[in-house]
Design a protein around this ligand. Sequence first.
Ligand SMILES: NC(=O)c1ccc[n+]([C@@H]2O[C@H](COP(=O)([O-])OP(=O)(O)OC[C@H]3O[C@@H](n4cnc5c(N)ncnc54)[C@H](O)[C@@H]3O)[C@@H](O)[C@H]2O)c1
Length: 268
Amino acid sequence: MTDALASFRLDGKVAVLTGGGSGIGKATAELFGAVGAKLVLGDIDEAGAEATAAEIREGGGEAVAQRCDITVKADLDALVARAVADHGRLDVMGNIAGVPHNQMIVDVTEDELDRMLAINLKGPFYGVQAALAQMLSQDEGGSIINVASSGMDFAAPTLSVYAMTKAAVASLSRTAAIEGAHKKIRVNTIAPGATVSAFTEVSVTDAEGNVNPDALEGKIKMLAGASPMQMVGDVDDQANLMLYLASDASKFATGQIWRCNGGAPMVW
Ligand SMILES: NC(=O)c1ccc[n+]([C@@H]2O[C@H](COP(=O)([O-])OP(=O)(O)OC[C@H]3O[C@@H](n4cnc5c(N)ncnc54)[C@H](O)[C@@H]3O)[C@@H](O)[C@H]2O)c1
């Protein structure tokens, strides 16, 4: 019989994560570091990623940070190259970085559309491309996890651009899963439901960067109300799912969309 808990460990596995400076990326990095992974964290917020890496090192784990703007292919290539230079391989790629967007279709400018496509769509594409090339060359399997959103599961005013980027990411994962399958490279998507992080604060933050606490509380209540359990998630809920998909515990799982969302889409 296999040791179920041991199959969730990442000892010796080399993992690259984007978005490691905050929220789901930070929580995932901390969890991966605690179960033995060697981490390379990328974020446009280099200080944030470095703070996460420092926390992991202080806890006895292994992590470095590198500035990475996921809209730039060369930055993602460099992130994977850093993992290979430091550790000789890549086992896990988590394309986590992303940004929210809320605007009615008729108001979206060309520049805004291009910005969102560059971050939420081209970013994960470049990450998959860099990881797949490295993992194919290693010929020892691997796990790529892309972060979409429950926003892809329903229609609501102002969600057009965000939801279409996330639906496209899920589609990208399926194609990558087919292209990597012959080498046992697994590619999965997670579609988080409302998860409290800096992401939640964006729509209740003024131009000077101040969060309106009443508006934030109201928003969290509204998001919780969308779940039959009347709750929002926290970043660890998504990190736990990321660990399952990164580890050998999920060795038979590929090309799927994994939804940890409080059951919200059941009642939409
Ligand atoms: N929080 C939620 O409710 C929720 C729900 C569904 C999906 N998601 C998705 O989860 C992912 C992580 O979100 P989060 O909640 O942790 O948000 P967050 O804002 O806490 O973290 C996002 C991170 O991405 C980084 N980032 C932004 N633009 C970047 C760029 N161009 N290059 C590199 N890094 C960049 C930010 O600096 C930040 O560290 C996103 O893809 C988001 O769309 C979040």
